[in-house]
Each structure stands twice: as structure tokens, then as C-alpha cells.
Design a binder for this molecule. Structure first.
Ligand code: APR
Length: 269
């Protein structure tokens, strides 16, 4: 850990953005399943109901209320969870570096925002499970899912009463969850594609926490940051492709995000 902290301090002495890139692993200790872990959504799901198919525009077109039901169930799981020490550490880091810090997260659970990470420097590149938007894209806006929409239990159906609340406030049409599905592409207005790439290309330090490196834009972020000469640190309980890249600069730290990020951040702040 000492060597990692020393490498981070050297990077902080140079100009450039200071970035954190997070995945489901940072919320694991808040009780939200990861996707590809032993009890992960895609792992368990594959046995029961193939959620990876549900997380597609194609499925939404064929069975919109089954897809809504699954996201309202996951929304309930996320709202019942509390941010942990890992989320809190990144809030402190952001506060200490208001002009340089950026938080790029794959998580749709909203825990970074609930921990206090300000919208101005938090970029949810896969969307937010608490938001809905118009299926017809009548406008680019997204709206909070009404508080009166209850959490659904696993396998529960969406009631007619709830269906009336999931209407587009602008055109009255059907809404959809504001998440990026597997058969969809990143863009800037909704998923911060250009922002994430721009920040990475000018980064001096990138701390990656709790991701298995299975999705596209995070790879672009890590690759662009490495090409910009940034120091990269990987925090994960297991080995993963980003750890190999981090080993060439800042280093890979094995362990939980909630345990390691506070130590790392407090040593740097
Ligand atoms: N602390 C740190 N890392 C952890 C912890 C923890 N407490 N628990 C698990 N991990 C690590 C795992 O070892 C794994 O590498 O977190 C990672 C979680 O990987 P995934 O479940 O694949 O989640 P993620 O990488 O965020 O998935 C990326 O894929 O399915 C899509 O849109 C979905 O945003 C998601 C994206």
C-alpha cells in the first residue's frame, strides 16, 4: 500500500484530472449484488430467469412490463441499501480536489449521489435506476420515478395503478428505465460518453474500484488514461484485466473497496 500511496502522491503533483472509475464491487458491501459474482444478478439470473436478456431494448419492446417489473424490483434493492465507507471516501476526495476530481461510475444504484458525491463531477455512464425517460424520446429529459411507485418484490408484476404513474410527463406516452441496455450504445447527452473520454485523456491519476472490466466505455477510459501517462491504481477483491494495466504504474491493491479507499484517500488528502 505504501508504494501505491507514493505513486499517487507523485501523480497528484503533476497537472491533470484525478479520476475514480467504479463498478458494482464498491456497492457489494452495501448489500447490492454485483453482476458477475457468485450471487451476481447475471450469475443467479442465468439459473432462474436470464436477466441479461431482460436488460435489452429488444426485451423491452417485446415485454415492457416484465422489464419494468425487474427494474422496479432492483430499484427497491438499491433504495434499501446505504452508501458505505468506500462511497464516503470518494466524497471526501472530491471535496478536497473540487477543480480536478471526476467520478465515473457504471453503477445505476445512486449510492454515490446519496453518499454526497455532487452531480457536477459524477458521471453515471450506465444510467440511474431511480430515473425514467420517454420511450419515444419526445424530449431528452429524465424524471425521477415517482416516490409513490412502490418497490416490487422479485417476480411481482406491475399493477395498473403503477402503470399510470410511469407515463411520460411531457407527451403522456410510455416511459422506460433510464439505464443503458446491452443492445444500446453510449452517447453524451444521456451517458457522458465524450465527457468520460475527455477527462481520461487528460488524467494524471485514475483509481479503479470494484469492476470486472467487462464493458466498453470503462475500457476506453482506462486505455486513454494509460496513453495519457496517468498513474492507474486498481482496487478489487479479485484479479481482473484492469489490474494488469494498473500493475504497470500505480499498482493493484487486493481487498474490499470499503476498506481500502478510505485508507488511500485519507493518505492523499
Ligand atoms: N470491493 C472491491 N471489489 C469487489 C468487491 C468489494 N467489496 N466485491 C466484488 N468486487 C469486484 C469483483 O471481484 C468484480 O471484479 O467487483 C467486480 C464486480 O464485477 P461485475 O459484477 O462484473 O460488475 P461491473 O464490473 O460493475 O459490471 C459492469 O456490466 O452488467 C453490466 O451494466 C452492468 O454496470 C454493469 C457493467
Amino acid at each position: 500500500m505504501e508504494r501505491v500511496i507514493a505513486a499517487c502522491k507523485q501523480a497528484l503533483a503533476k497537472d491533470g484530472h484525478v479520476l475514480a472509475l467504479t463498478g458494482a464491487g464498491i456497492s457489494a458491501e452495501s448489500g447490492i449484488p454485483t453482476f458477475r459474482g457468485k450471487e451476481g444478478y447475471w450469475t443467479v439470473g442465468a439459473r432462474d430467469y436470464h436477466p441479461q436478456e431482460l436488460a435489452t431494448h429488444d426485451a423491452f419492446a417485446r415485454m415492457p412490463w416484465d422489464v419494468w417489473a425487474w427494474y422496479l424490483y432492483r430499484r427497491g434493492v438499491c433504495r434499501a441499501a446505504e452508501p458505505n465507507a468506500g462511497h464516503a471516501a470518494l466524497v471526501r476526495w472530491g471535496k478536497a480536489l473540487p477543480d480536478r476530481f471526476g467520478l465515473i461510475t457504471q453503477n445505476v444504484d445512486g449510492l454515490h449521489a446519496r453518499a454526497g458525491s455532487p452531480r457536477e463531477h459524477t458521471y453515471p455512464i450506465h444510467g440511474d435506476i431511480n430515473l425514467m425517460r420517454c420511450t419515444a424520446d419526445c424530449v431528452l429529459d429524465r424524471w425521477p420515478i415517482p416516490e409513490t411507485v412502490p418497490a416490487l418484490g422479485k417476480g411481482d408484476a406491475v399493477t395498473d395503478e403503477v402503470k399510470t404513474q410511469l407515463r411520460c410527463p411531457h407527451c403522456g406516452g410510455m416511459t422506460r428505465p433510464h439505464v443503458l441496455w446491452f443492445d444500446e450504445s453510449y452517447d453524451e447527452p444521456r451517458f457522458f460518453l465524450d465527457t468520460a473520454r475527455r477527462l481520461a485523456a487528460k488524467a494524471t491519476l485514475l483509481v479503479v474500484a470494484g469492476t470486472s472490466a467487462q464493458t466498453n466505455l470503462p475500457w476506453q477510459v482506462v486505455t486513454l488514461a494509460a496513453r495519457a501517462g496517468a498513474t492507474i491504481v486498481d482496487v478489487n477483491t479479485e484479479d481482473n484485466p484492469f489490474a494488469e494495466i494498473a500493475a504497470e504504474s500505480g499498482g493493484a491493491v487486493r481487498g474490499s473497496a470499503a476498506a481500502i479507499l478510505p485508507v488511500l484517500v485519507d493518505a492523499l488528502v
